[in-house]
Design a protein around this ligand. Sequence first.
Ligand code: NAP
Ligand code: G4F
Length: 341
Amino acid sequence: MARRALITGITGQDGSYLAEHLLHEGYEVWGLVRGQANPRVSRVRQLLQDVKLVRGDLLDQGSLISAVEKVRPDEVYNLGAISFVPMSWEQAELTAEVTGMGVLRVLEAIRVCSGITAARGAGSGQIRFYQASSSEMFGQVRETPQNERTPFHPRSPYGVAKAYGHFLTQNYRESYGMYAVSGILFNHESPRRGAEFVTRKVSLGVARIKLGLAGELRLGNMEARRDWGFAGDYARAMHMMLQAAEPEDYVIGTGRTHSVRELVEAAFGAAGLDWEQYVVCDQALHRPAEVDLLCADPKKARTQLGWEPTVSFEELVAMMVEADVALLAGGGDPHQDSSWP
Ligand code: NAP
Ligand code: G4F
């Protein structure tokens, strides 16, 4: 019998790469989708024809219990979230509900469907749970690079909600003996990245300028530094974590950090353009509280899981610029369903 996986957030960047990877590994893959006519579902149907869909919402406990009952998964990957950091200041309560409380609801759905109580532990053959934790929890970092023991100091309502989900995952592991792990993933990108995130905003901006469709690109804080990797590599790490003998949390990143300015230089350079002629710094795009520097120490994942990133920062930037030039040159719309490479 094929192993069964249930993925929340299947319509997002990571859901797509994880689903592809699990299908390739021979899994039966189910994706949780929300809404009555979610426009992103057709994109999933096009790209991931073998994925089965089940309706549910991280805001709705009953729907998650029904989904777990219906799918009877061996593994659950909770990738669903409001994941755009600036939105978490505008809709802090919704972010807490989806990104934070959503984790509780998925864990409870697994616990209830598995008949686990404080008196009756999880035992063998249990459903394994992966939580998409984030380097945003480190926030104002206490040390560099950041590892699994680095204390958290989140700087956004999103980071605070992720910290809640992270500790709750740890707590269900300790309280009920559940196989529940968190991947503390640093920024990972791809041609499927949402257009609102800085890497994709830059690759799309470069493509528009290159094709004569725009004359400038407006950006916020150019000095912030991130550890940027390729999303496909990180989806592989999620799966590896759930195959380990013992449930443990892992930091996943490249160990290299670059500023937004360096990202911009690399992206415009990949298209043969001089960024200084086009980039406009816009104070309105700065955040109420910034995370200045993120840089992973992925040693534990490397030594215990054998995980390594395969795509360098320069290759990633070139891949995204090339994909967006091809997309826009072909008349594609990054906001349309059919545009996902
Ligand atoms: P993404 O592209 O923004 O996808 C987010 C997903 O969450 C979408 O599929 C969205 O579905 C779903 N979602 C939103 N609200 C929901 C709700 N109420 N119920 C069910 N699903 C809901 O994010 P991503 O980049 O793939 O990231 C995946 C996960 O990893 C997220 O939890 C993110 O916070 C975390 N993470 C990402 C990174 C990164 O660099 N990419 C780093 C660390 C952690 P709809 O189509 O219905 O909106
Ligand atoms: O691409 P970003 O919006 O990603 P951010 O805030 O680091 O969050 C992403 O990574 C987290 C992991 O660390 C995830 F948990 C989270 O879900 C998400 O995937 O911004 C990166 C940096 C920030 O410092 C921001 O201030 O780029 C800076 N930036 C400068 N100008 C900009 C812009 N960011 C965006 N989105 N748009 C700009 O115009």
